[in-house]
Design a protein around this ligand. Structure first.
Ligand code: O7M
Length: 221
């Protein structure tokens, strides 16, 4: 994934025509499009090959199973044309290794969820977040998912994983997080859903976030 605009669209719409319309509109403003269960369950896995012409596709299936099942899932998703798969880290080193090994064979990417962005992540997930980040780094995953809603956690996770792995951060806009705070905390890409796909002008909304990101980077250099 090329680091250009540093913006990833979370395309949680259900209708495939709408998904294509929005992807076409924001192409050029986003470095990748994240598709997950809502769109794929409603439109089928073949939606991935329809969208991949607009941007690289990150398949957010938060894969969380035993190693063999994880590998089978990731195979299907890579075969469908996805460039990256998001997996959970809490299932442990062997489950993660199955995904990372396959991605290496296919020259694809795996992003590992550490701590999630919603309030309930504090109940159980946060405690394991740093250990998951370390495991992702030890296994040489492509990157981790860390919450834009808690920039201080992004900072801590960056310290743990170093500079080799990427951080992608959801929670900007509808969940209250800010793109500039997340970028300043050390995230590489912000993931934005509702603020883009519910906008009357998704391209304009995306361009606005990209401008904000570029400004904060310029101001801080
Ligand atoms: O901008 P939103 O809130 O409309 O969308 C955020 C997207 O990011 C949506 O697709 C969520 O499923 C996803 N997400 C989170 O919001 N929080 C997380 O901690 C993790 C993810 C995610 O993408 O996981 C990989």
């Amino acid at each position: 994934m090329e680091k250009n605009t540093r913006l990833i669209l979370a395309l949680d719409v259900l209708d495939s025509d709408e998904a294509i319309r929005i992807s076409k509109a924001v192409a050029g403003h986003v470095d990748a499009i994240k598709v997950g269960y809502p769109l794929v369950l409603a439109s089928g896995l073949q939606i991935i090959e329809k969208l991949v012409k607009y941007a690289p596709i990150i398949a957010d299936f938060k894969v969380a199973d035993i190693p063999n099942t994880n590998r089978l899932i990731c195979e299907q998703v890579f075969d469908a044309g996805a460039d990256a798969v998001i997996v959970q880290g809490f299932t442990g080193h062997d489950s993660l290794e199955a995904c990372v090994e396959l991605a290496r064979e296919r020259k694809k990417d795996i992003f590992v969820v550490t701590e999630m962005s919603h309030p309930g992540a504090l109940d159980l997930m946060q405690e394991a977040g740093k250990a998951i980040a370390k495991m992702a780094a030890d296994q040489c995953a492509s990157g981790v998912v860390a919450p834009a809603t808690r920039p201080e956690r992004v900072k801590q996770i960056r310290r743990i994983i170093g500079e080799e792995l990427a951080i992608i951060s959801p929670g900007v806009g509808a969940q209250g997080g800010s793109a500039s705070d997340a970028i300043m905390a050390g995230t590489d890409w912000v993931i934005v859903g509702r603020s883009l796909y519910q906008s009357a002008d998704p391209a304009g909304a995306a361009a606005g976030i990209v401008r904000e990101i570029k400004k904060v980077i310029k101001d801080s250099s």
